[in-house]
Design a protein around this ligand. Structure first.
Ligand SMILES: CC(C)(COP(=O)(O)OP(=O)(O)OC[C@H]1O[C@@H](n2cnc3c(N)ncnc32)[C@H](O)[C@@H]1OP(=O)(O)O)[C@@H](O)C(=O)NCCC(=O)NCCS
Length: 453
């Protein structure tokens, strides 16, 4: 059996000629055009990134290495008596494109376990954070602080062949990923459990050990596996993936890159939406008489409209690329229908699933009225007793780090260069639009002032 690193090396050697041929022989072929609204509007839909690790089809949802999520959950090996697959197996798939055997997964489980121990100074850094800090801030700081551990950075200054950059990056990635559950659960204990920490169990897999350190019995190990796998990758244009890739493109190491990725994920339009959903849900539940009340669809409908009419978003609905219900939502919904059917908070989530899309359609603004991953992930955590919802984006980050790290190793392997798009000025856009010398229409308030209204 070849180790993950040996297998990856073989895959890289086989793949490189494809990228080289595209660059050398077909580099001038046009793949897209850019409009003014795309340049101003967050580059929506501009095809300008490359990744082979996942692809997001607007009408189908995400595929990892060509596999739908249903296939991923069916095909990846599972720990004994578990409903969900090994997270380590998912990482193997993301990195190599192959479904690993039981033996190959066991090797990765072992690698992660060996690398999980945190440097002592990290506890001090986390302990030194003020108690009211958001866990995402502490998580990002802890990862950033480990920059000093980077093999890649040390080797870079010793001068080595560009083609070998992926190798120390791989070592850094494994070292970092193995530590993320330890860092997260230590932060959880500090912020919400008076510092009472549960030491890790080296005999458990990534998801099982995370549940153990959170102090949660079965089936929370499966909840953790499900969560990390579902959140791992969503192609390269979303804020966290793009940030990780962008920062790494300057040959920053994995600690700098993943810390930056975490910061991108911490925004309310991105990963923080998981926290926003639960906050909003609880306001709704309180308003309708608490968890014991029997909410009617009409009452919930009225609350949704009030939220929209007040100018707020409905968290957990909509997506910049997807144009259907997020399959990550559907998988979590299926899990909830099996395990949380009578949970009072899930009852509300279930009502929202039915009533929000038609309301957003009627309002006519959101291009995608359907629920996304965040509309369902928090309620599962809540059900299993993780009720500190500002922690939910840390869970998202652990999952997302798997996909972004796999991408960054491949960025190094294929020699992807520094990312540097070009910017224009508003003057230049007006020039391109042919309106440079045309006066702007007077704003309404100016007209009113002149007419003395
Ligand atoms: C995900 C999201 C950021 C995508 O943004 P986007 O690509 O700009 O979305 P759209 O193109 O559909 O937005 C068009 C309009 O619909 C609105 N809209 C989109 N989703 C909405 C929602 N869930 N509730 C209310 N309005 C919404 C936008 O605010 C925008 O309004 P504007 O024209 O007044 O600025 C957006 O849907 C959103 O904010 N959703 C809620 C937060 C969330 O769940 N984030 C997690 C995503 S995985």
């Amino acid at each position: 059996m070849r180790t993950l690193k040996e297998k990856l090396y073989q895959k890289i050697e086989e793949f490189r000629p494809r990228t080289e041929r595209l660059l050398n022989e077909y580099g001038d072929i046009v793949i897209d055009k850019v409009t003014i609204s795309q340049a101003i509007g967050g580059m929506r839909g501009v095809k300008s990134l490359v990744t082979d690790i996942s692809y997001l089809d607007p009408n189908e949802g995400i595929r990892y290495r060509g596999y739908t999520l249903e296939e991923v959950f069916k095909l990846l090996p599972k720990p004994k008596d578990a409903e969900m697959p090994y997270v380590e197996g998912l990482f193997y798939l993301l990195l190599t494109g192959d479904i690993p055997t039981e033996e190959e997964v066991a090797d990765v489980v072992d690698e992660f376990s060996k690398r999980r121990i945190l440097p002592r100074y990290l506890y001090e850094i986390i302990d030194a954070q003020p108690c009211c800090s958001h866990p995402m801030t502490i998580f990002s700081t802890a990862i950033l602080t480990m920059h000093r551990e980077s093999f890649f950075t040390k080797k870079y200054y010793a001068v080595f062949n560009k083609k070998d950059y992926w190798d120390p990056m791989y070592e850094d990635v494994l070292n970092l990923l193995a530590k993320l559950p330890e860092i997260a659960t230590y932060i959880y204990a500090k912020l919400y459990r008076d510092g009472k920490r549960i030491q890790s169990n080296p005999n458990l897999d990534f998801g099982g050990n995370f549940a153990f350190m959170m102090g949660k019995p079965k089936p929370y190990d499966d909840v953790a596996r499900l969560h990390f796998i579902l959140h791992s990758d969503h192609e390269s244009g979303n804020v966290s993936a793009h940030t990780g890739h962008l920062v790494a493109s300057s040959l920053s190491d994995i600690y700098l890159s993943i810390s930056a990725m975490v910061n991108g994920l911490a925004g309310p339009l991105h990963g923080l939406a998981a926290q926003g959903v639960l906050q909003w849900l609880h306001e709704l539940i309180e308003r309708l008489g608490g968890e014991e009340a029997e909410p009617s669809e009409d009452e919930v409908r009225q609350y949704v409209w009030e939220t929209l009419n007040a100018g707020f978003l409905i968290p957990g609905f909509g997506h910049a690329v997807l144009r259907k219900t997020d399959p990550r939502y559907s998988l979590q919904r299926n899990f909830s229908l099996k395990h949380l059917k009578d949970d009072p908070v899930f009852r509300y989530v279930d009502i929202l699933y039915r009533i929000v899309p038609p309301i957003l359609q009627e309002q006519g603004k959101a291009k995608n009225p359907w629920p996304n991953v965040d509309a369902q992930s928090g309620v599962i955590q809540w059900h299993y007793g993780v009720r500190e919802y500002d922690f939910y984006t840390v869970l998202f980050s652990i999952g997302r780090a798997l996909g972004i790290s796999a991408n960054i190793i491949w960025d190094r392997a294929l020699g992807y260069p520094l990312e540097r798009p070009k910017s224009l000025t508003t003057d230049m856009l007006e020039e391109i639009a042919g309106i440079k010398k045309k006066p702007l229409k007077e704003p309404d308030h100016k007209k009113k002032e002149k007419s003395g209204e």
